[in-house]
Design a protein around this ligand. Structure first.
Ligand code: ZN
Length: 126
């Protein structure tokens, strides 16, 4: 008989009671369906300046998102909830980071400036 008794048993796999993998990484349901005052902006006929992935350029004006128009709209929509705006923008920034580095590129250095800093230092709105 070959000395086969000491085979480390890999069959003790019955108890798979580990914590669930972190696939549920949604933020609390604040950012997506936050409609502060319940009423949309009155300029509803304008096309929304949304980003197009994976380039993160504005679908309308082609500027790096959030473009000036998108920033203006976001500031208006979240004017009563600046912290929610930061949460939303952070989520967007990390999504963009995933896209920008999907092929091994180095992470862009200006993402914070682009996505968040303008929301912290609110420009004068008119
Ligand atoms: Zn735009």
């Amino acid at each position: 008989m070959p000395g086969y008794a000491h085979c480390p048993s890999s069959h003790t796999y019955a108890a798979r009671n580990g914590p669930a993998p972190t696939e549920d990484r949604r933020e609390p349901d604040t950012a997506t369906n936050a409609e502060p005052s319940g009423e949309r902006l009155s300029t509803a006929q304008e096309p929304e300046h949304l980003h197009a992935r994976p380039d993160w350029l504005c679908r309308i004006c082609g500027e790096p998102w959030p473009c000036l128009e998108a920033r203006t709209r976001l500031l208006a929509e979240y004017s009563d909830f600046p912290s929610l705006l930061k949460i939303y923008l952070s989520a967007q920034m990390y999504d963009a980071l995933d896209d920008f580095t999907a092929h091994g590129e180095p992470a862009p250095l200006n993402l914070y400036e682009r996505f968040i800093s303008w929301a912290r230092n609110r420009p004068p709105t008119r």
